[in-house]
Design a protein around this ligand. Structure first.
Ligand SMILES: [Zn+2]
Ligand SMILES: [Zn+2]
Length: 370
């Protein structure tokens, strides 16, 4: 079965704005509303409703919409499950429409997840324990640290499983009892009639929050939640060659959750060095030269990231010319080898001269120019 173009389904142009998309969906949702179609058309109404709702779910989400614009249905189908399309969408502006369909009150929201469950049978919805959130943490280091690599201890505020009760939330020595509302399943099934459709919807039990058990005496440390806030010290090994904006991912060092911990993302900021400029893997330094050094050539010591580097000055060097020293730049992240050191010669003209210096320069000036 060929899928119709989402824009066509909603009867809008490719350039339609968010409001236009919303209005088109509202209009069609009302048109195909079970209360409004004649008996013989009711059969098709559900399919129609699904189709427009799917189109709306995709086009109202910026990311999914651009994916669809670029790659068509393939771009959506390969990337998202049918469930993902609906779960990510926001149907809250249409609560009036869905309320009319029998979804009013009772703590029902009108999220994409609800719509999905409604259309495709909530009974199949499995309640997966959620992983903890990822954490982003910023660390500033010096250019020297970035060149050599460094180990830093950071203190990350995060949610952790309570050690006192092992995350159960129950006070030590006390037990949990099965939830009387859901009888231990953690889920409650509602069957609702909405127009011609009968929906069965499974929602998480609000008494036990889906755990299926009730804590009689809560743990004093976490007050029964099973989780506590902590500032956790973590050692971060920052490798050689990191740059501003480099991100280190530390698996399972994020917030703890029922489905396991999330990850910690350490974002590196490399502070500016007072004399050395970095661009990619190359380093830039200035080498001041006296007028005589520049004219006669020789060697000059420049300060770089690992001490001093002796650089050859060709005779007759002009100010602001550059020389490149291969392999003396920044170490390359995750690889062997280094970038280059680029030295800019800057000829300093003396500002004060002794009598003797003046005599010598006058002498110099009298010489015929070569
Ligand atoms: Zn506890
Ligand atoms: Zn329960």
């Amino acid at each position: 079965m060929d899928k119709r173009d989402y824009y066509e389904v909603l009867g809008i142009g490719k350039g339609a704005g968010a409001d236009e998309i919303k209005q088109a969906y509202r209009k069609l949702a009302l048109k195909h509303h079970p209360d409004r179609v004649p008996a013989e058309e009711k059969k098709n109404a559900e399919e129609k409703f699904k189709e427009i709702s799917e189109a709306y779910a995709v086009l109202s989400d910026e990311q999914k919409r651009s994916q669809y614009n670029q790659y068509g249905h393939a771009g959506i189908d390969q990337r998202y499950s049918y469930e993902d399309i609906f779960r990510g969408a926001n149907f809250s502006d249409f609560s009036d429409i869905f309320r009319n369909m029998g979804f009013g009150g009772g703590g029902f929201g009108f999220s994409g997840a609800d719509i999905f469950d409604t259309f495709f049978g909530g009974g199949r919805r499995s309640r997966q324990p959620r992983r903890g959130e990822d954490i982003e943490f910023h660390v500033s280091i010096t250019l020297d640290d970035a060149a050599k690599g460094v180990e830093k201890e950071i203190e990350v505020p995060r949610t952790e499983r309570c050690e006192t009760c092992g995350g159960s939330g129950a006070k030590q020595g006390t037990r949990k009892s099965p939830c009387p509302k859901c009888h231990g399943s953690g889920q409650i099934q509602y069957v609702r009639r909405a127009g011609f459709m009968q929906f069965s919807q499974v929602i998480t039990c609000d008494r036990c929050n889906g755990r299926g058990q009730i804590i009689e005496t809560p743990c004093g440390e976490c007050r029964g939640s099973g989780y506590v806030q902590r500032r956790r010290k973590i050692n971060v090994k920052i490798p050689q060659g990191v740059d501003n904006g480099s991100v280190l991912r530390m698996r399972e060092e994020g917030e703890h959750g029922e489905g396991g911990p999330g990850d910690l993302f350490v974002v590196i900021r490399v502070k500016e060095h007072p004399t050395i400029l970095r661009e990619g893997n190359d380093l830039y330094v200035d080498a001041p030269l006296s007028f005589a050094q520049a004219a006669m050539g020789g060697k000059v010591e420049v300060e770089t990231i690992d001490g001093f580097e002796s650089v050859k000055v060709p005779s007759g060097t002009q100010s602001h010319t550059r020389t490149r020293v291969h392999g003396k730049g920044m170490p390359i992240l995750g690889r062997h080898g280094r970038g280059d050191l680029i030295v800019k010669f800057v000829v300093k003209t003396p500002e004060k001269l002794t009598r003797r210096q003046k005599e010598l320069l006058e002498e110099f000036e009298k010489e015929p120019k070569s």
